[in-house]
Design a protein around this ligand. Sequence first.
Ligand SMILES: C[C@@](CO)(OP(=O)(O)O)[C@H](O)COP(=O)(O)OP(=O)(O)OC[C@H]1O[C@@H](n2ccc(N)nc2=O)[C@H](O)[C@@H]1O
Ligand SMILES: Nc1ncnc2c1ncn2[C@@H]1O[C@H](COP(=O)(O)OP(=O)(O)O)[C@@H](O)[C@H]1O
Length: 290
Amino acid sequence: MPQPLSTRAPAKINLSLHVLGRRADGYHALESLVAFAGVSDDLQLTPDPRLSLQVSGPTAASAGHDGDNLVMKAARLLAERVEGLKVGTFHLTKRLPVAAGIGGGSSDAAAALRLLAQLNDLPLSHPALRDAARLTGADVLVCLEPRARMMRGIGEELGPALQMPPLFAVLVNPRVPVETPAVFRALGLQPGQQLQGLGHPSAEATSRNDLLQVLEATRNDLQPPALKVQPIIEEGLDLVSCTEACRLVRMSGSGATVFGLYDDASSAAKAARFVLDHRPQWWVEATELH
Ligand SMILES: C[C@@](CO)(OP(=O)(O)O)[C@H](O)COP(=O)(O)OP(=O)(O)OC[C@H]1O[C@@H](n2ccc(N)nc2=O)[C@H](O)[C@@H]1O
Ligand SMILES: Nc1ncnc2c1ncn2[C@@H]1O[C@H](COP(=O)(O)OP(=O)(O)O)[C@@H](O)[C@H]1O
């Protein structure tokens, strides 16, 4: 029996997200500082001539039919581009909430591409791998090498990995899915419409205080339209705002997950207990962002 290969698929957090306009093809041009959390899904690949997927874990049911899973989409797109690609059986342990603004599906797809790259001795810079990532979804490329960095365009322009001081965070999701296209639609931009960008400050910060100052000068432009689509997000923002020693509260991606940032791990853990005490049914995690 061949040994399985395994990797983590960490949650993606948009620390900032500026919308610069809407392209003629309907997609929105973005500028976002992306980081990755300690909480994740897990993916294993056991080599086999046939490509297949099994999904288990607490949020497996909400991830949809296995055949439509982004893990399979990414693997198929790579197999179409690399002749004789060795494949196998994927086993996904799904823990992250689905349609939550933390790119769980994108991170799973990127994890699948990393495992296939390892099995086939392909470098992560291989053009077929990067094409498969881009074609699977806008957020997949940034998840391929999950390190904090700037992301621009619709996710195809990536900056270098940033030496970011670790941020201690609480992640809060009401377990209500929010569909990304609905939030972009609620922004109400016409194709071809440009926005007056304020410009994104440099995220190359040396200390946590510097980084928090940079983040305070940024925003998530999808937060107001997401609140219109799913007003429960406001409850998450309010609860996290009430936690002790919270330095910044914001929504990630198109929601509904919101995050709070703290100076140390114990404040983040305390904040998680506070939110869970008030909303025992919600998904709440204290974690580090890198
Ligand atoms: C908003 C972000 C921010 O990181 O994250 P999430 O909230 O999904 O986590 C991403 O841009 C989401 O990326 P991803 O979830 O991969 O999007 P895709 O599947 O490619 O696109 C879903 C739909 O969202 C809209 N879309 C997506 C990205 C973009 N830059 N402009 C868009 O208008 C389009 O309507 C598209 O059909
Ligand atoms: N592996 C997967 N994990 C989560 N969702 C998936 C996966 N594969 C396909 N999907 C579909 O992708 C959509 C977006 O899911 P997800 O990546 O969790 O969203 P978000 O980026 O907003 O957190 C969902 O509607 C879901 O049905």
